[in-house]
Design a protein around this ligand. Structure first.
Ligand code: ZN
Length: 249
Protein backbone atom coordinates (compact mmCIF):
# COMPACT_ATOMS: atom_id res chain seq x y z
CA UNK A 1 0.00 0.00 0.00
CA UNK A 2 1.17 3.53 -0.77
CA UNK A 3 1.12 6.02 2.02
CA UNK A 4 0.46 9.18 0.11
CA UNK A 5 -3.21 9.13 1.00
CA UNK A 6 -2.47 8.83 4.70
CA UNK A 7 -4.61 10.80 7.09
CA UNK A 8 -4.29 11.02 10.88
CA UNK A 9 -6.60 8.60 12.65
CA UNK A 10 -9.79 10.23 13.83
CA UNK A 11 -11.67 8.42 16.56
CA UNK A 12 -15.31 7.43 16.10
CA UNK A 13 -16.32 9.80 18.89
CA UNK A 14 -14.58 12.74 17.21
CA UNK A 15 -16.03 11.84 13.84
CA UNK A 16 -19.47 11.71 15.37
CA UNK A 17 -19.00 15.08 17.04
CA UNK A 18 -17.74 16.57 13.77
CA UNK A 19 -20.68 15.06 11.92
CA UNK A 20 -23.09 16.73 14.35
CA UNK A 21 -21.32 20.06 14.03
CA UNK A 22 -21.39 19.98 10.24
CA UNK A 23 -25.04 18.91 10.23
CA UNK A 24 -25.97 21.79 12.53
CA UNK A 25 -24.08 24.21 10.30
CA UNK A 26 -25.77 22.97 7.14
CA UNK A 27 -29.20 23.19 8.76
CA UNK A 28 -28.46 26.73 9.91
CA UNK A 29 -27.69 27.61 6.30
CA UNK A 30 -31.13 26.28 5.41
CA UNK A 31 -29.81 23.17 3.63
CA UNK A 32 -32.01 20.12 3.73
CA UNK A 33 -30.02 17.21 5.12
CA UNK A 34 -31.20 13.62 5.23
CA UNK A 35 -28.71 11.56 7.23
CA UNK A 36 -28.51 7.78 7.11
CA UNK A 37 -29.56 6.53 10.53
CA UNK A 38 -29.06 2.84 11.27
CA UNK A 39 -31.21 1.53 14.07
CA UNK A 40 -30.14 -1.81 15.44
CA UNK A 41 -27.69 -4.30 14.06
CA UNK A 42 -28.79 -4.70 10.46
CA UNK A 43 -27.89 -2.17 7.79
CA UNK A 44 -31.05 -3.01 5.89
CA UNK A 45 -34.12 -4.81 7.16
CA UNK A 46 -36.61 -5.05 4.32
CA UNK A 47 -36.69 -6.95 1.04
CA UNK A 48 -35.39 -4.23 -1.29
CA UNK A 49 -32.77 -2.91 1.11
CA UNK A 50 -31.39 -6.37 1.85
CA UNK A 51 -31.49 -7.40 -1.78
CA UNK A 52 -29.63 -4.21 -2.79
CA UNK A 53 -26.82 -4.92 -0.30
CA UNK A 54 -26.67 -8.63 -1.15
CA UNK A 55 -26.56 -7.81 -4.87
CA UNK A 56 -23.60 -5.44 -4.55
CA UNK A 57 -21.75 -7.80 -2.21
CA UNK A 58 -22.16 -10.63 -4.71
CA UNK A 59 -19.74 -8.98 -7.16
CA UNK A 60 -16.16 -9.96 -6.55
CA UNK A 61 -14.88 -6.48 -7.44
CA UNK A 62 -16.99 -5.07 -4.59
CA UNK A 63 -17.01 -7.91 -2.07
CA UNK A 64 -13.70 -7.09 -0.42
CA UNK A 65 -14.06 -3.34 -0.44
CA UNK A 66 -17.68 -2.80 0.58
CA UNK A 67 -17.35 -4.05 4.18
CA UNK A 68 -15.06 -1.10 4.92
CA UNK A 69 -18.11 1.12 4.73
CA UNK A 70 -20.16 -0.77 7.30
CA UNK A 71 -18.69 0.82 10.41
CA UNK A 72 -18.85 4.21 8.77
CA UNK A 73 -22.50 4.01 7.90
CA UNK A 74 -23.35 2.56 11.32
CA UNK A 75 -21.55 5.38 13.12
CA UNK A 76 -23.68 8.00 11.46
CA UNK A 77 -20.90 9.24 9.18
CA UNK A 78 -23.22 9.58 6.19
CA UNK A 79 -24.72 12.88 7.24
CA UNK A 80 -26.60 13.41 4.00
CA UNK A 81 -27.80 11.09 1.25
CA UNK A 82 -30.02 11.99 -1.66
CA UNK A 83 -31.22 9.56 -4.31
CA UNK A 84 -32.20 11.12 -7.62
CA UNK A 85 -32.69 10.03 -11.24
CA UNK A 86 -29.51 8.17 -12.15
CA UNK A 87 -27.46 9.43 -9.23
CA UNK A 88 -26.82 9.42 -5.52
CA UNK A 89 -25.25 12.41 -3.82
CA UNK A 90 -23.98 12.24 -0.28
CA UNK A 91 -21.84 13.92 2.36
CA UNK A 92 -19.67 11.69 4.50
CA UNK A 93 -17.82 12.78 7.60
CA UNK A 94 -14.40 11.10 7.62
CA UNK A 95 -11.25 12.73 8.90
CA UNK A 96 -12.74 15.61 6.90
CA UNK A 97 -16.08 16.14 5.22
CA UNK A 98 -16.17 14.41 1.86
CA UNK A 99 -18.55 14.66 -1.07
CA UNK A 100 -19.56 11.37 -2.65
CA UNK A 101 -21.27 11.02 -5.99
CA UNK A 102 -22.48 7.76 -7.46
CA UNK A 103 -23.73 7.81 -11.04
CA UNK A 104 -25.91 4.92 -12.06
CA UNK A 105 -27.02 4.20 -15.58
CA UNK A 106 -30.63 3.95 -16.61
CA UNK A 107 -31.99 0.41 -16.82
CA UNK A 108 -31.37 -0.83 -20.34
CA UNK A 109 -34.75 -0.36 -22.11
CA UNK A 110 -34.55 -3.93 -23.41
CA UNK A 111 -34.09 -5.29 -19.90
CA UNK A 112 -36.96 -3.17 -18.60
CA UNK A 113 -39.19 -4.37 -21.44
CA UNK A 114 -38.26 -7.95 -20.60
CA UNK A 115 -39.07 -7.39 -16.91
CA UNK A 116 -42.44 -5.91 -17.85
CA UNK A 117 -43.18 -8.79 -20.15
CA UNK A 118 -42.11 -11.38 -17.62
CA UNK A 119 -44.22 -9.86 -14.87
CA UNK A 120 -47.20 -9.31 -17.14
CA UNK A 121 -50.45 -10.01 -15.38
CA UNK A 122 -48.84 -10.78 -12.08
CA UNK A 123 -48.67 -7.44 -10.34
CA UNK A 124 -51.81 -5.80 -9.12
CA UNK A 125 -50.62 -4.01 -6.03
CA UNK A 126 -48.07 -1.21 -5.70
CA UNK A 127 -47.92 -1.81 -1.99
CA UNK A 128 -47.02 -5.46 -2.37
CA UNK A 129 -44.46 -4.56 -5.00
CA UNK A 130 -42.79 -2.02 -2.72
CA UNK A 131 -42.95 -4.40 0.22
CA UNK A 132 -41.31 -7.09 -1.92
CA UNK A 133 -44.24 -9.37 -1.28
CA UNK A 134 -45.11 -10.47 -4.77
CA UNK A 135 -44.69 -14.04 -5.93
CA UNK A 136 -41.17 -15.45 -5.81
CA UNK A 137 -41.04 -15.63 -9.63
CA UNK A 138 -41.78 -11.93 -10.02
CA UNK A 139 -39.36 -10.82 -7.34
CA UNK A 140 -36.62 -13.06 -8.71
CA UNK A 141 -37.06 -11.47 -12.13
CA UNK A 142 -36.69 -8.02 -10.63
CA UNK A 143 -33.58 -8.78 -8.62
CA UNK A 144 -31.87 -10.99 -11.18
CA UNK A 145 -28.15 -10.32 -10.86
CA UNK A 146 -27.61 -9.41 -14.51
CA UNK A 147 -31.06 -8.74 -15.95
CA UNK A 148 -32.91 -7.23 -13.03
CA UNK A 149 -33.32 -3.71 -11.65
CA UNK A 150 -30.12 -3.47 -9.66
CA UNK A 151 -27.12 -1.95 -11.43
CA UNK A 152 -24.02 -4.00 -12.17
CA UNK A 153 -20.60 -2.51 -11.28
CA UNK A 154 -20.17 -1.67 -14.99
CA UNK A 155 -23.24 0.57 -14.73
CA UNK A 156 -21.98 2.36 -11.62
CA UNK A 157 -19.46 5.22 -11.56
CA UNK A 158 -18.07 6.12 -8.14
CA UNK A 159 -16.55 9.41 -7.07
CA UNK A 160 -15.35 10.80 -3.76
CA UNK A 161 -13.56 14.03 -2.90
CA UNK A 162 -11.17 12.24 -0.51
CA UNK A 163 -7.53 11.63 -1.45
CA UNK A 164 -7.90 7.83 -1.25
CA UNK A 165 -8.17 7.19 -4.98
CA UNK A 166 -7.12 3.57 -4.89
CA UNK A 167 -10.17 1.36 -5.43
CA UNK A 168 -13.42 2.06 -3.63
CA UNK A 169 -12.90 4.22 -0.54
CA UNK A 170 -14.82 3.61 2.68
CA UNK A 171 -16.86 6.79 2.16
CA UNK A 172 -18.25 5.48 -1.10
CA UNK A 173 -18.79 2.04 0.45
CA UNK A 174 -20.70 3.65 3.32
CA UNK A 175 -22.89 5.51 0.84
CA UNK A 176 -23.67 2.33 -1.11
CA UNK A 177 -24.87 0.69 2.12
CA UNK A 178 -26.69 3.92 2.92
CA UNK A 179 -28.67 3.47 -0.28
CA UNK A 180 -29.74 0.01 0.93
CA UNK A 181 -30.91 1.54 4.17
CA UNK A 182 -32.77 4.28 2.30
CA UNK A 183 -34.57 1.65 0.19
CA UNK A 184 -35.93 0.25 3.46
CA UNK A 185 -37.82 3.48 3.96
CA UNK A 186 -38.53 4.41 0.36
CA UNK A 187 -38.23 1.38 -1.95
CA UNK A 188 -39.69 3.41 -4.83
CA UNK A 189 -36.36 5.28 -4.93
CA UNK A 190 -34.82 2.26 -6.64
CA UNK A 191 -37.06 2.87 -9.64
CA UNK A 192 -36.25 6.59 -9.57
CA UNK A 193 -32.54 5.79 -9.41
CA UNK A 194 -32.78 3.51 -12.43
CA UNK A 195 -34.96 5.98 -14.33
CA UNK A 196 -37.98 3.74 -14.72
CA UNK A 197 -41.52 4.20 -13.50
CA UNK A 198 -42.72 1.51 -11.13
CA UNK A 199 -46.28 2.33 -12.13
CA UNK A 200 -45.48 0.81 -15.55
CA UNK A 201 -45.38 -2.52 -13.76
CA UNK A 202 -48.92 -1.98 -12.61
CA UNK A 203 -50.32 -0.42 -15.77
CA UNK A 204 -48.43 -2.41 -18.37
CA UNK A 205 -47.69 -5.56 -16.47
CA UNK A 206 -50.95 -5.71 -14.59
CA UNK A 207 -53.34 -5.34 -17.50
CA UNK A 208 -54.14 -8.98 -17.92
CA UNK A 209 -54.49 -9.83 -14.26
CA UNK A 210 -56.34 -13.12 -14.25
CA UNK A 211 -58.39 -13.35 -11.09
CA UNK A 212 -56.61 -15.11 -8.25
CA UNK A 213 -53.91 -16.38 -10.53
CA UNK A 214 -51.10 -14.34 -9.02
CA UNK A 215 -50.39 -17.06 -6.53
CA UNK A 216 -48.51 -15.62 -3.60
CA UNK A 217 -47.98 -18.91 -1.94
CA UNK A 218 -44.26 -18.38 -1.98
CA UNK A 219 -42.65 -15.12 -1.01
CA UNK A 220 -38.91 -14.67 -1.18
CA UNK A 221 -37.26 -14.97 2.20
CA UNK A 222 -33.74 -14.14 3.36
CA UNK A 223 -32.67 -17.70 2.66
CA UNK A 224 -33.82 -17.29 -0.94
CA UNK A 225 -31.85 -14.05 -1.27
CA UNK A 226 -28.79 -15.84 0.03
CA UNK A 227 -29.18 -18.51 -2.62
CA UNK A 228 -29.86 -16.01 -5.42
CA UNK A 229 -26.78 -13.92 -4.65
CA UNK A 230 -24.66 -16.77 -3.35
CA UNK A 231 -23.82 -15.07 -0.05
CA UNK A 232 -24.99 -15.17 3.56
CA UNK A 233 -27.18 -12.29 4.54
CA UNK A 234 -29.12 -10.94 7.49
CA UNK A 235 -27.73 -13.17 10.16
CA UNK A 236 -24.03 -12.92 10.80
CA UNK A 237 -23.40 -9.75 8.85
CA UNK A 238 -20.36 -9.19 11.04
CA UNK A 239 -19.13 -12.70 10.46
CA UNK A 240 -19.09 -12.22 6.71
CA UNK A 241 -17.21 -9.03 7.34
CA UNK A 242 -14.60 -10.79 9.40
CA UNK A 243 -14.28 -13.70 7.02
CA UNK A 244 -13.80 -11.25 4.17
CA UNK A 245 -11.15 -9.19 5.93
CA UNK A 246 -9.36 -12.40 6.88
CA UNK A 247 -9.30 -13.39 3.24
CA UNK A 248 -7.84 -10.05 2.19
CA UNK A 249 -4.34 -10.29 0.78
ZN1 ZN B 1 -13.57 8.74 -0.05
Amino acid sequence: MYDWGWRPYVSVATRRKNAQKVTAKLKKKGEKVSPVVINGHLLAKTFWGKAWCAHLESFSDYANRLPRGRTYVRNGSVIHLHVDHGKVEALVQGSELYKVKVDIQTVDPKKWAAILQHCSGQIDSVIELLQGKLSAGVMKTMIDKHNGLFPTPQEIALDCSCPDWADMCKHVAAVLYGVGNRLDQEPELLFKLRHVNHMDLIHKAGIKVPAKQSAKSKILKDADLSVIFGIDIAEGEEDINQKRSARKP
